[in-house]
Design a protein around this ligand. Structure first.
Ligand SMILES: [Zn+2]
Length: 111
C-alpha cells in the first residue's frame, strides 16, 4: 500500500468504470476497543439508521472502520470505500462491491 496525501478536495471515481458521478447510498460505521469481537455498528441506508453489536463486516481487522458504498451513475455498479485503522495508521481503500442496493434516489437501479 502506498502513502497518499489527499488534497483539500478530491473527487472519488467508480472502481468498476472510472466514472466520477457516485451516489453515497449506504454508510456503515464500526466502533470498538482494540481486538474486541463486539462493538457498535451503525448502518445508514434509505433514510434509516440501524444499530447493533455485529461488527463482522468491519473492514478493520483490529480496530475501527467505516465503509461507504456508492452507486455509479454510469455503470450502476457499487464501489466500496473503506477507511480503517491498523497499528496507528489509517488506510483508505476502494473495491468493487458485489452487492445490490435498492435506492429510491437511483432510479436507474430499479429494473
Ligand atoms: Zn461505474
Amino acid at each position: 500500500m502506498k502513502d497518499l496525501t489527499i488534497p483539500q478536495e478530491a473527487v472519488l471515481i467508480c472502481k468498476k468504470c472510472g466514472f466520477n458521478y457516485l451516489h453515497q447510498e449506504r454508510i456503515e460505521i464500526f466502533d470498538r476497543t482494540e481486538d474486541e469481537s463486539e462493538g457498535l455498528h451503525i448502518h445508514v441506508e434509505g433514510g434509516k439508521a440501524m444499530i447493533d453489536r455485529d461488527i463482522s463486516n468491519n473492514p478493520s481487522a483490529r480496530r475501527q472502520g467505516v465503509s461507504i458504498f456508492c452507486i455509479c451513475e454510469g455503470c450502476h455498479g457499487v464501489t466500496r470505500f473503506d477507511i480503517t485503522q491498523h497499528k496507528g495508521n489509517t488506510y483508505i481503500e476502494s473495491s468493487v462491491a458485489d452487492i445490490s442496493i435498492n435506492s429510491p434516489r437511483n432510479e436507474s437501479s430499479e429494473t
